[in-house]
Ligand binder design. Structure first.
Ligand code: MG
Length: 273
């Protein structure tokens, strides 16, 4: 099932709603033209999937970030060996994690705002895990019980500030530095990613990151276990699983697209803040 959050494109009066995207994806991972959205009563994270007798054509709605993290976005650093190497880092012995404030989250098509404090803002295409319920100390073998689904993320990073500060908070914490979407796929499990799914980033149409989720150093259950052994996870919290090699700079006016096979693609443009 593909869970979306949307607003009605022609009416700013109506509150955003959740829905289920119904239809096939084309060869580029985009929903086919006849796709429709069946609206849901409330947020499925809290009330389950309750279909309403209300449908919209995809072209009549604007897709929003499919989840608003209740408390946090947990980023995982250096979880692909070739990416660790390209920035001159060793692969960590344990998962290396950091927080992005939930105010970094934007949706598909929303602008990434280039902050004046940085001259080197990078894209990082990533697979994101959405947590379904309150949990802590989750054993590896129980991780799938607390996963709502999977979506795409761009862990936008001010690389110069990351080097300068020696920590990640400012570099990864600017408003708009966590595009999420376009929907949450609930029918996959960690093995689907361990088996290898293409994870790619295109910058202005050019392929700049081309990895496989089978190259994750710490797999998804291991990440859920480690993070939840430190901090309680809440419904709607998001774990970003790390980026493959090929990170690089963004500039105002650029269009960046993150895709994972089967999860569609997430596109955002860069605008001045
Ligand atoms: Mg990252």
């Amino acid at each position: 099932m593909r869970i979306v959050r949307f607003s009605q494109a022609r009416s700013s009066q109506v509150e955003p709603q959740y829905g289920v995207l119904v239809g096939e994806l084309d060869e580029f991972g985009q929903p086919e033209a006849e796709s429709r959205i069946v609206a849901l009563a409330g947020d499925p994270l809290y009330v389950g999937v309750k279909l309403l007798e209300q449908e919209h054509r995809l072209e009549d709605v604007r897709l929003l970030a499919p989840v608003l993290p209740r408390s946090k976005v947990v980023g995982i650093g250096r979880n692909y060996a070739k990416h660790a190497a390209e920035l001159g880092n060793e692969v960590p012995e344990e998962p290396l994690f950091f927080l992005k404030p939930n105010t970094t989250v934007i949706g598909p098509g929303d602008p990434i705002l280039y902050p004046p404090q940085s001259e080197e803002v990078h894209y990082e295409g990533e697979l994101a895990v959405v947590i379904s319920r309150i949990c802590r100390d989750v054993p590896v073998e129980k991780a799938t019980d607390v996963i709502h689904g999977y979506t795409l993320a761009n862990d936008v990073t001010a690389r110069d500030l990351q080097r300068k500060d020696g920590r990640f908070t400012r570099a990864k914490g600017f408003d708009s530095f966590c595009p999420l979407g376009p929907w949450i796929e609930t029918d996959l499990d960690p093995q689907d990613f361990a088996d290898g799914r293409a994870i790619q980033t295109h910058l202005n149409g050019e392929l700049v990151q081309d990895g496989s989720t089978s190259d994750l150093i710490f797999d998804i259950p291991t990440l859920v276990h480690h993070v939840s052994s430190v901090m309680t996870l809440l419904p709607g919290d998001v774990i970003l699983t790390g980026t493959p090699e090929g990170v690089g700079p963004l500039h105002v006016g650029d269009e960046v697209e993150v895709s994972v096979a089967g999860l569609g693609s997430l596109t955002n443009k860069v605008a001045p803040r």
